[in-house]
Design a protein around this ligand. Structure first.
Ligand code: MG
Length: 449
């Protein structure tokens, strides 16, 4: 599959196949003209990144925009810089967890959030219609190289009132770290050392050669799990190539599963301040159980950072994010942020006093089974409609696809916008229960094909 994917938050494709210079240029020009004069540009470490950056910067300059260039930086750092530098928008050049042949432009608004639907459509339409004029030599924009964004982001986290830097430095956690040679490599080692950690670095050379499949899922983290077997290691962290998602491995070299990155953050933040929590529709019930302990509501949105972030701002939530390891802390900004997730995990571990495996055990226990069904030419909306009517009388949420809510379990069915599949996620208190629930609904879908 190498279709160019256009969504409200950007465009994504395979470099040289669908993500080509003409495509990149028209989106960069359309974005600049839609957003305004000053545009922040940053990228992850992908080998194609500097080529894409040159195209983007040249095109922005040619339509009269000034570019503030951050070079290699995590996506959350780019989002925060857009806000801090009062720019009119930002472009993050990264295909996030996608493999090395992919790249993408993520479109950021002046508030540091990914573009909402209206603005995203404006940019896409303008790009499609080639609705832009190039400046003559008097109107060409400038480039400014800005190299303090990472330091400012780190400083903001160290200054959080609940991060006890002195106590963390005294504790000297030993952390194994895998940044998959992505943008986390230019942030995490120094950041963890500033929190007093001894860091065992794996894949922290920012060369964009991903030594394993870059999504930070347990099956891709065998090297890190091997390193975590050392008796010195207290905790291990893995990031995806643009460092917005964080996965945690225990001192027993066992993955906590990404859902528990957010669960740990929610558990910690609610212990410090009581308030609303916002998560996406597929996020673990562990969050609801933790919120119950503090008697605060959990609000659910469609899947996707833009939806969660926007709702968090509207609800004045104290913490939120997505179950895939994306923690959003409004104290700093409304973006999924792996460094923030890591700092909260370390602080929580410090105050907990025991090992991370025990902290994980102290949280509500759930397992999500993630499956998908190829539906060929069948209409996904019709299938979802049939499943919905077959379960009339049960509690159903239609926020995003069809989600059937039961006591301590749920089944969530969503169509894909890019592939002929329906995703079937099921959560329950044990893995076998979750799997049999998901299997049951796969069967139900196949009987409706
Ligand atoms: Mg990412």
């Amino acid at each position: 599959m190498s279709k160019l994917m256009i969504s409200v938050s950007g465009i994504r494709g395979v470099v040289g196949k669908t993500f080509t210079p003409p495509v990149i240029q028209k989106f960069a020009a359309a974005f600049g003209l839609t957003m305004g004069k000053r545009i922040v540009v940053g990228r992850d470490t992908r080998v194609s990144g500097s080529m894409v950056e040159n195209l983007v910067t040249g095109m922005l300059n040619s339509v009269g925009c000034d570019v503030i260039s951050l070079g290699i930086a995590p996506t959350p750092t780019i989002q925060l810089a857009v806000e801090n530098l009062r720019a009119d928008g930002g472009l993050a050049i990264t295909a996030s967890h996608n493999p090395v042949e992919w790249n993408a432009l993520k479109l950021i608004g002046p508030d540091g959030l990914f573009l909402d639907e209206d603005l995203g459509k404006q940019v896409a339409n303008r790009a499609e219609d080639h609705e832009f004029v190039h400046q003559d030599w008097t109107g060409i924009g400038k480039i400014e190289y800005y190299d303090s964004a990472i330091e400012e982001h780190q400083r903001a986290i160290l200054d959080l009132p609940f991060i006890d830097v002195a106590a963390l430095r005294k504790r000297k956690f030993c952390v194994a770290l895998d940044c998959v040679n992505g943008a986390g490599s230019v942030f995490f080692p120094k950041f963890l050392k500033s929190l007093g950690c001894e860091v065992i670095e794996i894949n922290t050379t920012p060369n964009g050669i991903f030594p394993h499949t870059p999504e930070p899922l347990p099956e891709n983290l065998s090297e890190l799990m091997e390193a975590a077997k050392s008796p010195d290691v207290d905790i291990a962290f893995a990031t995806d190539p643009d460092a917005d998602r964080l996965a945690i491995i225990s001192e027993k070299a066992e993955p906590l599963v990404e859902e528990y990155t957010l669960a740990i953050a929610v558990d910690y933040i609610l212990s410090k301040r009581v308030g609303k929590v916002v998560v996406n529709a597929s996020t673990s019930l562990a969050i609801d159980d933790i919120a119950d302990r503090y008697d605060v509501p959990v609000i659910r949105t469609k899947v996707g950072e833009a939806h969660v972030a926007k709702r968090m701002r509207e609800e004045e939530a104290v913490i939120g994010g997505e179950g895939n390891g994306g923690v959003i802390l409004p104290d700093i900004h409304y973006g999924r942020d792996a460094p923030i997730a890591a700092a909260i995990a370390l602080q929580h571990l410090l105050e907990f006093g025991g090992p991370i495996s025990e902290l994980r055990q102290s949280l509500p226990q759930y397992v999500i089974a993630k499956m998908k069904m190829d539906i060929g030419d069948s209409d996904p909306d019709r299938i979802l409609e049939q499943v919905k009517s077959a379960h009339e009388g049960e509690e159903i949420s239609l926020i995003d696809g069809v989600k059937i809510l039961r006591e301590k379990s749920w089944i969530h069915l969503r169509k894909s916008n890019t592939e002929p599949i329906i995703r079937v996620y099921a959560e329950a208190q044990t893995g076998s229960e979750a799997e049999s629930l998901a299997d049951l609904f796969l069967l139900e879908i196949s009987s409706n094909l």
